[in-house]
Each structure stands twice: as structure tokens, then as C-alpha cells.
Design a protein around this ligand. Structure first.
Ligand SMILES: Cc1ncc(COP(=O)(O)O)c(C=O)c1O
Length: 393
């Protein structure tokens, strides 16, 4: 007898993982000494955790601390330190009891979505989007409502776009700086969206994982814009600690206890040792700012070099470490385009279909979090590749 398989088993793949596998396979198949694959598909810093975080972990291991479970919402010291971060970065007073330490931002999403929404609720997000938003909502039986956003709004939502939703949704997910476009909601825009959400009974979820990696305009936190907003953040990007799997939520008062109960049951706690590392990472500002300076140089370089390599229509990348290129004049099949680019130029990039099922066929995401020398070499290879393709076309 065939046994039932739950609807959660229908969650689609996160396609960038397939691109990573293809790039690994190509690298492994290269002859010794052949130029390697340049990795512009990955969305994680090439740098490891800052030195101070590693030292704190070494000291904890030497101390004989049994490193058992922590409270579900994390070590009190880390929660206080995260609360202080809001004062330091945004001038905002956040009570530590509203801070929940999670298993990365990824672990925060199901907690937030389950506490804030019911099955069948409608939650809006703009395309292009970070794919797990859509896939987690769907797995939980929550209905995603996709708003197509384009260069006119820097691929971000606007109150104008939201007003087209009738009736208003139950929730809205925003991300600034966002993945894949690297664009931002400026403080006045975020404030207007938060006010619209509050006026229309819409729960705002703000993914702020790329805060700290912003180059031109100021950042604002949704926690300052609405007492009902849920803020998601993580140590994966600015703090360069992807594999340590620590993120956090800043919760509105009414969701603190519901999320705590969910967290107790789902995860018990985030890894104790990684929480020690995360707390120490707040004191590693010089090292982390040096990473930001490197990303900024790579962004500035690519914004000038990619148009010369045939990628003229780029998102105005204000943050994160991504550029979203409209390749519509060259191809309407970004999957095939990226496969050719990998096979012929040895450059891995992510096809836009991961981020936008409808329009992603004419977009490619380039990530510039890798080594600066690789970024420069990639631009050079792309220039030759685009020229050779144009000649042979
Ligand atoms: C926009 C966005 N949110 C969340 C995540 C997940 O981050 P974490 O490593 O904290 O789970 C990522 C990872 O790339 C991301 O780009």
C-alpha cells in the first residue's frame, strides 16, 4: 500500500545549489593546471569567522564548559548584546526579551511564519525574491502573493504596488538590501511601507540579513518603523559566519511567547558554542569593516567592468554582494546562458529563474563576495567570452 507523502515534500529545490554542484563537477573535471572555475554563484563570504570569534570558541572549549542546551531564545548575554547592537547601529532601544536567537535566518522564518500566520493566509512578497521565502510559505500551507517589481522601484515593493492588492494580504515580506538584486528600501520608503502595513492590518516581516553590507544609502530597521514588525537577521553575511548557523529575530511583544513555545519544541536551542562565537563577533569591527571595504571595491569595479563585457543593464546595487543583470537582449533562457558561461568561460553564476519564475529567464545573478583577484579575472574572461559569442553568432 502506498503511504501518504505530506505536502511539505513538494517544496521545490533551491536551484543555486544545483549550480554550485555543476561548478564543483566542472572544477573536478579540469586538467591539472587548467584555469579554475570562477565562483560568482555563491552567496556566502569567502572569509571565515572573525578571529575574535574563533578565539572565544577556543577559550570556551579549553574551559571545560559542558556547553549544554541554552534557553530556547539563546544565551542571555548574546541576547543583551544583540539588543545593544540596535542602540549602536540604529539608535533604537530594544528590550533583550524581544530578541530570539535562532538557527540562522533560515531557522527564524518558519518560527515567524507559524507564529504570525495561519494556513490559507496570504503573504505578499516581491519578485525577484529569495527563494526559500516562497518555498517555506508554501510548505506551511500559506499562500504567497507575488508582486512583480522592476527597475522602476529598484526591484523593491512600494506603497503603490501594495495598494493594488485587494483585499490586503495578511503579511508582507521585505528584504533590504535584497537578494538577488542588491537593492535597498531607503528609510523613508521602509517607513511608508510599515505605516501602510499597520494601517491595513498587514504583518510586516523584514529580512535585514544584509545590513552592514550597504554602500551608498543609510539603513533603517523595521523594528523602528512599527511595533508589530518582525525583524529577521543573522550572523551569516556581515559577520561572515555562515556555517555557525546563528541568526536572530526581534519580535513584537505579542509574538514573543508564541515564538518561544515554537522554538522550544522545534529546536530546543541554537548551538551553544556558535552562540559564544556570535557574541564575540560584535567586537571584531575592524576585521568585518575590512570585508565590507573589499565588497565595495568589487562592486564598484563590476559596475564599471560588466557593461564593457556585454552586461549593460544592471540593478543599482546598493548593498549585499549581488548584481542582477538583465540579459534579455542576449538570451531569454538564463539556465542555458549560465550553462554556456560555465562550460565556455569557466564562470559560475545563478540563473534568475530561481528568484523569479516568470521573468527570471532573462536575468542572471552575479555574486561578488569572492576574492578580488577572481572578480577581476572574471570580468576579463566575460569580456572575451561575450566578444567571441558575438562574433560566432
Ligand atoms: C535574503 C536572505 N535571507 C536569509 C538567508 C539565509 O541565511 P542564514 O545563513 O542565516 O540561514 C539568505 C542566505 O543567503 C539570504 O540571502
Amino acid at each position: 500500500m502506498a503511504l501518504k507523502i505530506g505536502r511539505g515534500a513538494n517544496a521545490p529545490p533551491f536551484l543555486v545549489m544545483d549550480v554550485i554542484a555543476a561548478a564543483n563537477a566542472r572544477q573536478a573535471a579540469l586538467a591539472p593546471g587548467a584555469p579554475g572555475v570562477l565562483r560568482l554563484e555563491v552567496g556566502q563570504p569567502g572569509t571565515g569567522a572573525p578571529a575574535g570569534a574563533v578565539e572565544a570558541v577556543q577559550a570556551a572549549l579549553r574551559s571545560g564548559d559542558p556547553l549544554g542546551y541554552t534557553e530556547a531564545f539563546g544565551r542571555p548575554g548574546l541576547r543583551r548584546r544583540i539588543a545593544r547592537h540596535y542602540r549602536d547601529w540604529y539608535g533604537l532601544s530594544v528590550a533583550p526579551h524581544r530578541v530570539a536567537v535562532t538557527l540562522g535566518a533560515s531557522g527564524a522564518f518558519p518560527l515567524a511564519f507559524l507564529a504570525a500566520f495561519d494556513r490559507g493566509d496570504r503573504v505578499a512578497l516581491t519578485a525577484p525574491y529569495y527563494p526559500p521565502y516562497l518555498n517555506i510559505l508554501t510548505a506551511l500551507g500559506i499562500q504567497p502573493v507575488i508582486l512583480a517589481a522592476g527597475p522602476e522601484t529598484r526591484f523593491q515593493p512600494s506603497v503603490g504596488l501594495l495598494e493594488r492588492l485587494d483585499p490586503p494580504p495578511d503579511g508582507l515580506i521585505v528584504a533590504s538590501p535584497c537578494n538577488p538584486a542588491g537593492t535597498m528600501l531607503h528609510p523613508d520608503e521602509l517607513a511608508a511601507i510599515a505605516a501602510w502595513c499597520d494601517a491595513n492590518g498587514v504583518r510586516l516581516i523584514s529580512d535585514e540579513i544584509y545590513h552592514g553590507l550597504h554602500y551608498d544609502s543609510a539603513i533603517a530597521t523595521a523594528a523602528a518603523a512599527s511595533p508589530h514588525a518582525v525583524v529577521v537577521n543573522s550572523f551569516s553575511k556581515y559577520f561572515s559566519m555562515t556555517g555557525w548557523r546563528i541568526g536572530w529575530l526581534v519580535l513584537p511583544e505579542e509574538l514573543v511567547r508564541p515564538v518561544e513555545c515554537l522554538a522550544q519544541n522545534f529546536f530546543i536551542s541554537a548551538p551553544h558554542l556558535a552562540q559564544i562565537a556570535a557574541e564575540a563577533a560584535f567586537d571584531c569591527t575592524d576585521e568585518l569593516q575590512a570585508n565590507v571595504a573589499r565588497y565595495r571595491r568589487s562592486r564598484d569595479f563590476l559596475l564599471q567592468a560588466l557593461p564593457q563585457a556585454g552586461f549593460a543593464r544592471l540593478s543599482p546595487a546598493e548593498g549585499a554582494f549581488y548584481l542582477y543583470a538583465d540579459i534579455g537582449e542576449r538570451s531569454n533562457d538564463s539556465i542555458a546562458f549560465c550553462a554556456d558561461m560555465l562550460a565556455e568561460a569557466g564562470i559560475a553564476a545563478t540563473p534568475g529563474v530561481d528568484f523569479d519564475a516568470d521573468r527570471g529567464r532573462r536575468f542572471v545573478r552575479f555574486s561578488y563576495c569572492g576574492r578580488e583577484a577572481d572578480i577581476r579575472q572574471a570580468a576579463e574572461r566575460l569580456r572575451h567570452w561575450s566578444r567571441d559569442r558575438a562574433i560566432s553568432a
